[in-house]
Design a protein around this ligand. Sequence first.
Ligand code: BGC
Length: 265
Amino acid sequence: MTSKTTAIGIDIGGTGIKGAVVDLDTGELLSDRVKIATPDGGKPDDIVEVTKEILTTLSGIAKDVPVGVCFPAVVRNGRTMSAANVSKKWIGLEAESLFEKALGVDIQFVNDADAAGFAEARFGAAANQPGVVLVTTLGTGIGTALLYNGLLVPNVELGHIELDGHDAESKAAYSAKERDDLSWEKWAGRLQKYYTELEKLLSPDLFIVGGGVSKNADEFLPLLHLQTPILPAVLRNNAGILGAASLAANDAPLRGKGGHLRQRA
Ligand code: BGC
């Protein structure tokens, strides 16, 4: 399996690191998802080790194919610039080259929400959607990906806007619903405020709501009253894998090694 339409995507999250071989024409997984728990503390060397283990398994299925890795932080020119829900040791780290040295292959290293958003634009709920689309992922944190006519603006961190004097994700992420034991109605009240604020800031044409909780979209999306249409993501837990793989295989990647912003929608 070495065709140009095949790539490997690996999605690093706070609880699990998962990867698969992806068919880039159809967006289907060509392998089982390999998933390993994220090592406690989420330190760089430990995460690199687990990623290596996953890549070794997947390389046995697809050799010499592009590899994309996504991560929950701002990633500029391969360097991790933030660490909202992971070890602070990632801040300022040359993460892409750290992974490349350990894995022995070139990779495309990108923000997790950017990967998810790019995947939704290519294969999912934002496919062929013109205008401004904001993909939000509601999980441990809130990730956001901004697309204009299918083109991704990377590293948009709208999960951290201020909401009632707090970092929005600390109140409106799915983890906040669980932590504060909120009913769907109570949580939807917070989401209402959050998406209303985003509407004010961006005047988007469409919101897409991803993250694991998007499978329960019927419980909370109908409770929101917004001017902007809001739809559940369709790729669920595979969005990061699919997006990382797609960005890696792109002829013109999201961020070139020279730091340019280059991509093909
Ligand atoms: C981080 C983002 C990330 C999101 C989802 C936020 O806390 O700042 O970079 O995309 O969580 O993981």
